[in-house]
Design a protein around this ligand. Sequence first.
Ligand SMILES: Nc1ncnc2c1ncn2[C@@H]1O[C@H](COP(=O)(O)OP(=O)(O)OP(=O)(O)O)[C@@H](O)[C@H]1O
Ligand SMILES: [Mg+2]
Length: 400
Amino acid sequence: MAGPFSDIERSIFAAKEVLSEDHQPDKILERDEEIDEYRHALQDVLFGRTPQNVMLYGKAGLGKTAVTKYMMEALRDEITERPDADELHVHELNCNGKTVYSVVRTLVNELLPETASVFPKRGLSTSDAFEELYAQLDRLGGTHLVVFDEIDHLDDVDTLLYELPRARSIGHITNSKIGIIGISNNYTFRRSLSPKVKDTLMESEISFSPYDASELRAILDDRIDRAFVDGVCDDSAIARAAAIAAKDRGNARQAIDLLRVGGEVAKKRGDDHVDDSHIVEAQELVQRGRLRNRIRDQTQHAQLLLETLAYIEQRGDTPTRSKTIKTRYEDVAASHAADPLTTLKSIQNHLSDLHMLGFLQRSGQNHGESGGRYYEYSLDLDPEIVLDIRREIETERDPR
Ligand SMILES: Nc1ncnc2c1ncn2[C@@H]1O[C@H](COP(=O)(O)OP(=O)(O)OP(=O)(O)O)[C@@H](O)[C@H]1O
Ligand SMILES: [Mg+2]
């Protein structure tokens, strides 16, 4: 007997997961030069030598993580054919929200034998963690490639990047080899490293540049066949998604998101094709989703400051000085029962970070010798969207 679901067929998507964030493509397109540099940096692994350290830079969505996963897989495969190569261990870690201690601890726990008790969360120092790491590396032997993705999120990255690459030359390890791969989408990160760390990481720097529309098209074309039911996605939709993302920041993630959300829009409307009108509608949804994630990634104080700036913006009182912002921010913090930052300096530091991240505009004001120089800030986003997103985040945090 026909049930209520029996007549539902796949209408738009054949395999939507192909357009999801965690889908790893089998093929990497349009990154031949970067792959070539990567190949060169890691080739020593094939001959049982210590590999170079690699640092990847480039803005969001340019394929740094995807290319790295692809290279690690390819290296693992190749090793099996190479008699001179040592056993290869690849460790992929994401540093977002982590400390150096917790990152080293995770690494140690990956290496420990199954019967050993895990390395403790608290009570030991970072140097204890490094010591245990070296002991485990030498116990296992072989070559270890450690990928630190989003490495700019670590607070004391100098320690990590000074210690690990030198572990062998200093004599901390003798029976194993280690190579570091750092990934960052923050260009100011490089400047923040100490000169001695920069020297080691300069061994191989691979820089990822934005994709143009035709490169994005190639990346999208490769997924369309599998993601959508045959013939459902119009050429005009693909071209539009590629053009929008190319004009923005050349971000492949954005282009893929536009297609997925465009497909969802078509489905919701009951249309049987995805065309460029669906992609245009998807654009705002994708933008909003991306902004939501970026705001959610900020600390609570940074979020409260954004909310404050949105209120000030709505009243037409921007640009405005940090002193004025501080007063209004204290009210906003109180409305969320949050303890506010107390010094003007700490507020200014947050405002400066938010400016660097592109959330705020900043202008310098010179008020003669007596007035001194100060900055004025305004919101570089639609205040209504910021307030909506903040409301969503607060409701999730405290659903009442
Ligand atoms: N050259 C490519 N070929 C196929 N897919 C790609 C390519 N570049 C990027 N992608 C896809 O685009 C999306 C974003 O890429 P990825 O996650 O590697 O970006 P990223 O540079 O690591 O960005 P972030 O700095 O934000 O982490 C992923 O879904 C990835 O599979
Ligand atoms: Mg990444």
